[in-house]
Design a protein around this ligand. Sequence first.
Ligand code: FAD
Length: 321
Amino acid sequence: MAILVYIENIAGAFKKSGYEAVSYAKTIGDATGQPVTALSIGKVDATSLENIGRYGVKKVIAVNTEQLHQFVNQAYAAVIAEVAKSIQATTIVLSNSFSGKGLAPRIAAKLNAALADGAITLPTITGEAWQIKKSAFSGKAIATQELTAPIKVIALTPNTVEAVEAPTAIAFETFEPQIAATDLTSVVQDIVQATDKIPLPEANIVVSAGRGLKGPENWGMIEELADVLGAATACSKPVSDAGWRPHEEHVGQTGLAVSPNLYIAIGISGAIQHLAGVSSSKTIVVINNDPEAPFFKVADYGIVGDAFDVIPKLIDAFKAY
Ligand code: FAD
């Protein structure tokens, strides 16, 4: 029995959510006495590979086949399943990111495994039956799922656990996978990051704004607040529908689901469809000039006020801090 944790990279550097998955796998490994092996696929820089040792994993398998230098869902799923079989892994952990959402069910099908996608807790282990909480119905409910199959695939929601340092010496191995031509029918040739801003799904802090901002010309202060806080920017659906902000910033039931440590909602009413994508944020701060705005019901902290007064003051206060 062993645990395999797949760590995603972007442009050769492991993602923060990947290190979170490593820590999560290590905690399960410590509790069950199973060794944890990390898997890296693609071209990953040496510093990232060495970094895995900081999170307590002693062995890394690197797959650096040229055909896998760009992410290909079917091929990556096949390789992860193949590596899992080769080390007799009975638990496979990965991040429930954009790519993880596509990979996890494919891996589970290939290994005839039970799947917990969107896990938000460590498993409660009773023999072969593991109970894991996951968010359900677009974040409106929390489901407890029981995994009873001998092999388990867990896709961990980003930002639900911290990557805890536990430095150890690390050993590297390479693996040459068998890649079927049918797994390479679509190939991503290049991924270009649109901006150098913090990617929204990875962000610890999200500054999000809605129709209360009146128009795209007023987003300067939102971006400035985000810069000061080291945050990513997001928006409500009508804002992206109106073309005030790019669609990739739209959060909610029909957009991205995010779970940052801090979500600041400015001029957003708090419609149920918006909350569906943000309600698993650890702390929610709402800034709205209407004290009856529904968002205040789920807020940890609220400021009743005009965004155009409040935001410049917040920016000044954070800059002075
Ligand atoms: P509004 O509802 O217009 O709210 C603006 C808020 O700003 C108000 O609360 C107002 O009090 C406040 N305000 C105004 N001026 C100021 C000021 N100067 N300072 C401070 N506050 C101010 N929406 C999403 O966001 N994401 C989704 O994924 C999504 N999916 C949907 C799916 C379906 C099937 C449907 C039907 C709807 C969906 N919606 C979604 C739309 C959702 O129902 C709401 O209409 C939308 O979230 C409202 O956006 P808003 O809060 O920005 O705008």
